[in-house]
Ligand binder design. Structure first.
Ligand SMILES: [Cu+2]
Length: 143
């Protein structure tokens, strides 16, 4: 019986954070959005406890037609816009944490195949230059 409880705890930990090499990805979530929206943003914390800098190169998901790495920026008219990140990757400095958050960097799920409704889980595969593939699950929630 104790073993079963331990196993369940372990599964809980694995889904809450995923790591490879010196890279750990935590708090992966997306905000719920109308079914009519074609795209949805996913946020997370990426920690690099290694001695080498790494790069998030790309991401993919069965729940999305295309996945892009985006940054938010302020347009000349003061409106917030977003665009693919400069250089096409997100640098993860050695010993640093990069936060993908509302109004900043995010992973963009384009041509969604799943609705971003509260409680939905969207699997994502992140590709890092050195750490390789890291699979995570985004929890869709209100904020
Ligand atoms: Cu975006």
């Amino acid at each position: 019986m104790k073993r079963i409880v331990f196993f369940l705890m372990l599964v809980g930990l694995v889904s809450a954070c995923a790591s490879s090499g010196g890279i750990t990805v935590e708090s992966v979530w997306g905000r719920d959005s109308p079914k009519t929206a074609m795209a949805g943003a996913v946020y997370m914390q990426i920690k690099n406890t290694g001695a080498q800098p790494d790069k998030l190169l790309s991401a993919k998901s069965d729940g999305c037609g295309t996945v892009e790495l985006h940054e938010s920026y302020q347009e000349a008219n003061g409106m917030m816009g977003m665009r693919p990140v400069t250089g096409g990757f997100i640098p993860i400095p050695a010993g640093g944490t990069v936060e993908l958050k509302v109004g900043g960097l995010h992973v963009m799920c384009i041509n969604r195949k799943v609705d971003f409704t509260v409680g939905t889980k969207v699997p994502l595969t992140l590709m890092f230059e050195k750490a390789g593939e890291i699979k995570v699950v985004a929890d869709i929630r209100a904020q």
